[in-house]
Design a protein around this ligand. Sequence first.
Ligand SMILES: C[S@@+](CC[C@H](N)C(=O)[O-])C[C@H]1O[C@@H](n2cnc3c(N)ncnc32)[C@H](O)[C@@H]1O
Length: 241
Amino acid sequence: MTQWTNDAAIRRWGAMPRVVLETMEQDGDFAKRHLVNPVLLRMLGDVRGRRVLDAGSGNGYLSRMLAERGAQVVGVEPGQALFDFAVEKETEQPRGIRYVQADLCDLPDLGSFDAVVASMVLPAIPDWAPAMRACVSALAPGGLFVFTVNHPCFEQLWPSWREHGEYRTRRYLAEYEIEGPHGVDFHRPLSTYLNELAGLGCRLREIAEPGLDPAVAEVGPEGIDAYVHLPNFLLVAAERG
Ligand SMILES: C[S@@+](CC[C@H](N)C(=O)[O-])C[C@H]1O[C@@H](n2cnc3c(N)ncnc32)[C@H](O)[C@@H]1O
């Protein structure tokens, strides 16, 4: 595997074309809309008046959704085009979101938060463990940490399903790169994330593996029925000890 640094990975993400940022502006994309966002919002609960850190906020869609639900949001995003886009949206229509351009592994002191959410972010970071540590450290005692990843047991589910009509993989235990069109992710076994979380003294509250409603799959893109049968995402909610 190529030796990736955080900076190199951030540069890749930070060059995301404008048209892609615009497409996902409102609620992410099809999969986030139907599978990630509803569970994420339920796990976070009533965010009114709560301080929430959106760690790796990307184009800021989740920060905007949370601010519209009454949260006081700080979004941290190191990638240039993503950060610029989020700031631009905030300038166009202020929702009280503060954006900070930083690597989570080198986070300035932003005060303490009632909740930290890192959605699809940890797999994007080569040096991911200090990033998870920073997320937990940013929480007030008893605060809620929610993170989401592509389900490590079913990595690249959709392309596999389209090609074979079932899920196939030949590797799970090793770490490997997954080249995406606009960034690189890193597969790690499920135990890697959960054991780090336990080691940070967090108490697991819930793990979710949402499945797609068959009626939604019918109107979705080809092969998306994979998500009815197997979980494409893993969502974890834990409390800081
Ligand atoms: C798949 S995107 C997810 C973005 C957003 N959370 C969402 O759900 O749309 C991965 C994000 O992680 C960010 N990222 C990569 N390395 C990072 C780091 N070291 N610290 C913080 N964010 C990072 C990328 O710039 C990108 O915005």
